[in-house]
Write a protein that binds this ligand. Structure first.
Ligand SMILES: Cc1cc2nc3c(=O)[nH]c(=O)nc-3n(C[C@H](O)[C@H](O)[C@H](O)COP(=O)(O)OP(=O)(O)OC[C@H]3O[C@@H](n4cnc5c(N)ncnc54)[C@H](O)[C@@H]3O)c2cc1C
Length: 305
């Protein structure tokens, strides 16, 4: 099928883009990497009258790392973030999760911010932003606002972006000192959306006991599901954590549904197994000194469980 007719706009500055979006209102749609939107247009599941292509907004094609966070501009592609050495050192979870996001060709074109706005419950990046407590920055002709991850993902394929708004950047905070992170997921084929994926963040105290731990799961609810694991693993020495118990707590907390790809029971099982696997890897990383200087996780986090 071909898309329904639309008017095509290609602004070259953010100011111009915001003016076009303001005029388009509810009829407008931003086109970033097009990896999700173009199929939706072709299947006529989306039919905007005004398509605003932001690919000329070079001012938003950045990845910047400072003492507090990695800031990703709206035109930074997945691959750009994945291969950014400073971002890797500061927030390893970005590369850990991006390695499992689709195929390299899609990562060359798709944008991190586009993934967040798209808010697919099976997408890795909404869970990464939620786990780290990040924010999305939005702009319109009326001004700017910053939305925390906890309020940004409203439902399946529904984010807090309003008509006339452009998401300009996402901010992924550095985890605290003595933290480790890991991402694990299972998909039917490499590059497919995950049947279930889990990211874990563990922070140790000075005595290498677990100070804080939480998990974020995908494909088991309408938005990323965050589970605080302090009750299960808090206060335990780093090498004496019962990660299977933590996995069981996550499996009990999620509420997946049956669909054509997997039963709810299998997804729940995966949530438990993947939490345990990610938790072990994350605590090992934290005990080894935290994020800096780590080697990239090998491709192929995915596997049967
Ligand atoms: C075969 C295939 C496999 C894939 N597998 C995965 C996967 O495993 N995991 C995963 O997470 N993703 C996967 N994707 C999707 C991919 O990550 C997309 O890149 C991403 O979902 C959307 O990014 P985009 O830049 O392509 O956005 P687009 O497709 O251009 O836009 C997506 C939506 O976001 C809106 N939007 C985009 N940018 C902005 C902005 N700056 N401001 C306001 N609105 C905006 C658009 O209007 C649209 O509604 C897959 C895609 C394909 C084709």
């Amino acid at each position: 099928m071909k898309p329904a007719p639309f008017r095509y706009h290609r602004p070259s500055t953010v100011t111009e883009a915001l003016a076009v979006l303001a005029e388009a209102g509810h009829d407008g749609k931003v086109l970033a990497g097009g990896q999700s939107l173009v199929p939706l247009l072709n299947m006529r599941l989306a039919a905007p009258r005004e398509l605003v292509d932001v690919n000329r907004l070079d001012e938003l094609a950045y990845v910047r790392t400072d003492a507090g966070a990695v800031r990703v501009g709206a035109l930074a592609r997945h691959a750009q973030v994945e291969h950014d050495a400073d971002a890797w050192e500061a927030v390893p979870l970005l590369r850990q999760a991006l390695a499992d996001l689709a195929h390299p060709t899609i990562r060359n074109r798709g944008t991190v911010v586009g993934s967040l706005v798209h808010a697919d419950p099976a997408g890795e990046l909404p869970a990464v932003l939620a786990l780290l407590g990040g924010v999305v920055e939005l702009a319109s002709v009326g001004g700017r606002r910053t939305v925390p991850a906890a309020e940004f993902f409203v439902g399946p394929l529904e984010s807090a972006v309003r008509p006339g708004e452009l998401a300009t950047a996402a901010v992924f905070p550095r985890p605290p000192a003595r933290s480790g992170t890991a991402w694990r997921e299972v998909a039917r084929r490499r590059g497919d959306y995950a049947l279930c994926g889990v990211g874990v963040l563990v922070t140790l105290d000075q005595d290498l006991r677990v100070q804080a731990a939480r998990a974020a799961c995908i494909s088991v609810g309408p938005t990323p599901v965050l589970v605080d694991l302090a009750g299960e693993v808090g206060g335990r020495p780093h090498d004496a954590v019962d990660w299977d118990a933590a996995g069981a707590a996550v499996a009990a907390a999620v509420d997946p549904e049956d669909d054509i790809h997997a039963t709810a029971a299998y997804r729940r099982h995966l949530a438990g197994v993947l939490t345990a696997r990610a938790g072990r890897a994350a605590v090992e990383q934290a005990a080894a000194g935290g994020s800096g200087g780590l080697k990239p996780s090998p491709p192929g986090n995915r596997g049967a469980a």
